[in-house]
Design a binder for this molecule. Structure first.
Ligand code: PA5
Length: 452
């Protein structure tokens, strides 16, 4: 079986001689701290050996539940936000036909996402779309109290019950939440929904390989066993005993910290050349953004879809402020072959490409861009994925997770908390006059008045 590969040569060349190697002691210490559970946030290390601990029986339980939903539903709404949403969407979009949302596939339910925003039009249009559909709901929330998800679930539950009747709705609503706490658990217990538990020691953004990601992915018709196998293989490849120079997670963590500390490269752009990977970048941004952006530190994770964004952000990347570096996900083999035809008149002047694959052109765009950006002072990290399938996505997921755990520790932050996300919630609840927020409501009203 092939492996994903990492090439840091076009990033390391920007650093002083031996700079990446110099991170070895810090990276090793970070790996050991993760392994021994002595790092900050050590009560959230359940993801570390998660892939290798998933049993066949557990995967079967998830698959059985997915099969029931697939049998009973033409549409499945996955309600969740942040870590309770992005991993599933990343994998489903990476593996789905790009136009699957336009037609109802007779073999697979349509998967739609909700609970990740409070857009009134979005929720109204979703309710219209679901009218007459035999839809089910997977309600995902670790805390069980996240406003965006809880609001969407309230609407979805009512519509599902109205359309299918309470008894039938009960069989097509699944909750993935805390074992005991939270409103989602309370509702599931009262209504008798099938439930899966998000382990206490796995934070949202590291939870894609728990039922949070696995159930929606299985519902979409993808092979969760292969996904977990890919992650398990990467768990071995990036283990604490693998030498620094052979460990791609250690290398990635080292080089990005080197670029940040030595050269002040404060922005990392995750780049893909396959539109299907758009949401993989969204997942990655959450993983790194929430893990590293704290204590007034951290590389800002951003993303671009190339070649699309070369026609917008390409200018900035080539010639803007030199505070960026790129991490490119390159897919070696497309899943389909499409050749450019020859044209007798050659009005577009493209006959020089006749007989070539579309992917040949994409690859030259990729190489040309890499050379241009490196020449323009943008360090380039290259992650090569043999093919877009469940197995390699599993590898990729675990690679970025373990590298994130290591990198956050090298940066000397707690990569497993997210205290900063509470600030907006507190203000929103105060403004909405949520019971229990009376003092905050008063204070925020006074502040708004004084700022008028
Ligand atoms: O990574 C995280 O912890 C967060 O992004 C959460 O996943 C997100 O806020 C959703 O939380 P919950 O699952 O409690 O609804």
């Amino acid at each position: 079986m092939k492996k994903i590969k990492l090439n840091i040569s076009k990033a390391a060349s920007f650093l002083s001689q031996g700079a990446v190697q110099a991170y070895e002691p810090k990276v090793k210490a970070a790996q050991q701290a993760l392994e021994q559970g002595t790092c900050p946030g050590n009560d959230f290390l359940g993801w570390l050996h998660l892939p290798s601990s998933i049993t066949t029986a557990f995967l079967q339980e998830i698959q059985d539940c997915a099969n029931t939903l697939r049998e009973k539903c033409d549409t499945i709404v996955v309600a969740g936000i942040g870590g309770s949403y992005l991993g599933a969407r990343a994998v489903i979009e990476a593996l789905s036909n790009s136009f699957s949302w336009l037609v109802q596939d007779p073999k697979n339910p349509t998967i739609v996402f909700a609970g990740n925003n409070i857009g009134e039009d979005y929720l109204y249009e979703l309710s219209q779309y679901l009218k007459g559909k035999k839809f089910g709901v997977i309600n995902i929330s670790k805390s069980g109290t996240t406003t965006e998800t809880a609001l969407a679930f309230r609407l979805l539950k009512k519509q599902c019950e109205d359309q299918r009747g309470k008894e039938e709705a009960k069989d097509v609503i699944v909750a993935i939440t805390d074992a005991t706490k939270g409103a989602a658990r309370a509702a599931a217990t009262k209504e008798g929904y099938k439930t899966f538990v998000i382990p206490d020691n796995v934070g949202g953004r590291f939870s894609v390989l728990t039922p949070v990601g696995l159930l929606p992915i299985a519902c979409a018709g993808f092979d969760i066993q292969a996904l977990v196998k890919g992650a398990t293989d990467m768990e071995k490849e990036t283990g604490v005993d693998v030498p620094f120079n052979e460990n791609i997670a250690a290398q990635y963590a080292a080089v990005r910290n080197g670029l940040y500390n030595e050269l002040g490269k404060k922005i990392e752009i995750m780049v893909n050349y396959q539109p299907k990977l758009h949401f993989f970048s969204e997942w990655w941004k959450q993983l790194y953004g929430e893990s590293e952006g704290k204590d007034n530190k951290g590389i800002y994770p951003s993303s671009c879809d190339f070649t699309t964004d070369l026609h917008s952000m390409g200018q900035w990347i080539q010639e803007g402020e030199r505070t960026i570096f790129e991490t490119v996900i390159s897919v070696e083999e497309s899943n389909h072959t499409l050749l450019f035809p020859s044209d007798e008149e050659n009005l577009d002047g493209l006959n020089f490409l006749a007989g070539k694959r579309v992917d040949d052109v994409n690859k030259m765009a990729e190489l040309g861009t890499q050379l241009a950006h490196v020449d323009g002072g943008v360090p380039n990290i290259l992650v090569t994925v043999p093919q877009l399938n469940e197995y390699y996505l599993g590898q990729l997921i675990y690679f970025f997770e373990i590298a994130c755990g290591i990198s956050g520790n090298v940066l000397e932050v707690n990569p497993f908390n997210q205290p900063g996300v509470e600030a907006y919630k507190k203000n929103m609840f105060a403004l909405l006059e949520k019971p229990g927020y009376e003092a905050e409501s008063k204070a925020i009203k006074e502040r708004l008045q004084s700022e008028q």
